[in-house]
Design a protein around this ligand. Structure first.
Ligand SMILES: N[C@@H](CCC(=O)N[C@@H](CS)C(=O)NCC(=O)O)C(=O)O
Length: 272
């Protein structure tokens, strides 16, 4: 039996992305109102690749809703996916969850769904390893280029970011070829999405930090990554979900800089 989205009561700001989901499979994504969260966007990418319909509920992370607090009481962060009302948190966990929870196509044919993670144990483990590296090493050092104000610390963050990108360039050299243009092989997969969601951020942070040549350096350090980024941006349905660089830049200047400055001022006054 199909459930019509229109029958449910939704917050007025939510967006319904399709109407073909059974109620047992009902999906709602608590996302960020800013529209630039790489973590939320990667889940949207995964849902789109798998052809899953969902309702998008934007959260103002400065004024978190009771629903978010109840759904992710540990971290109180987005994204949270509500599957038939039950929450699942953490973006990379969510990508795996979507593979596990939707092994068959949503069109009723019973055909296998597109899987984001490789099935074979070794490539599967490697995809998870590098995705954790992207979140735990690449992006923190990348943001650190703006967050740190002392020149020496900034330079260290630039070095760490370039080193991390160098590792990923090496991974691409091993896995990507003409037959397999993506980390996931012929099609965009888990690691493509885990890294691809950061592309506008790498562009904007590199520019604001004055890194030249750009972090994804087609002519120099990272030709494979730069070419992969172009393919990812052009790939449907994921490319269209990337936010414009201007939007990310506005978020950095109007939200992150003030937040970091306030934290630095609070730390300085606590040290006095
Ligand atoms: N590791 C988490 C990170 C999620 C995250 O940092 N979400 C941000 C939005 S980009 C958030 O909710 N921030 C609110 C806060 O830090 O209070 C994931 O992958 O889901």
């Amino acid at each position: 039996m199909y459930h019509s989205w229109e029958l449910c009561s939704y917050t007025s700001t939510s967006t319904i992305h399709s109407i073909s989901m059974t109620s047992a499979e009902e999906l709602q994504l608590l996302g960020a109102a800013s529209g630039v969260s790489p973590y939320v966007i990667r889940v949207q990418m995964a849902l789109a690749v798998k052809g899953l319909s969902y309702e998008y509920i934007p959260e103002d992370v400065q004024r978190k809703s009771d629903l978010l607090a109840a759904s992710n009481p540990v971290h109180r962060k987005v994204p949270v996916l509500l599957h038939a009302g039950r929450p699942v948190c953490e973006s990379l966990v969510l990508l795996e969850y979507l593979d596990d929870a939707f092994p068959t196509n949503n069109n009723g044919s019973g055909a296998p769904s597109v899987l984001l993670l490789p099935v074979a144990p070794r490539p599967r483990a490697l995809a998870r390893f590098w995705a954790a590296f992207v979140d735990g090493t690449l992006f923190p050092s990348c943001l650190g280029m703006l967050k740190r104000t002392a020149p020496q610390e900034r330079a260290e963050m630039v070095e760490a970011t370039l080193r991390a990108l160098g590792h990923l360039e090496g991974v691409l050299a091993e896995v990507v070829g003409e037959e397999a243009p993506f980390f996931g092989g012929r099609a965009v997969g888990f690691l493509d999405i885990a890294l691809g969601c950061y592309l506008p951020w790498l562009e904007v942070v590199g520019r604001l930090a004055g890194v030249a040549p750009p972090l994804l350096d087609a002519a120099g350090r990272t030709p494979r990554l730069a070419a992969w980024a172009e393919r990812f941006r052009a790939a449907e349905p994921v490319g269209a979900l990337l936010p414009a660089a201007d939007k990310v830049e506005e978020y950095v200047t109007t939200v992150l800089y003030p937040k970091w400055n306030a934290a630095a001022a609070a730390a300085a006054s606590a040290g006095n």
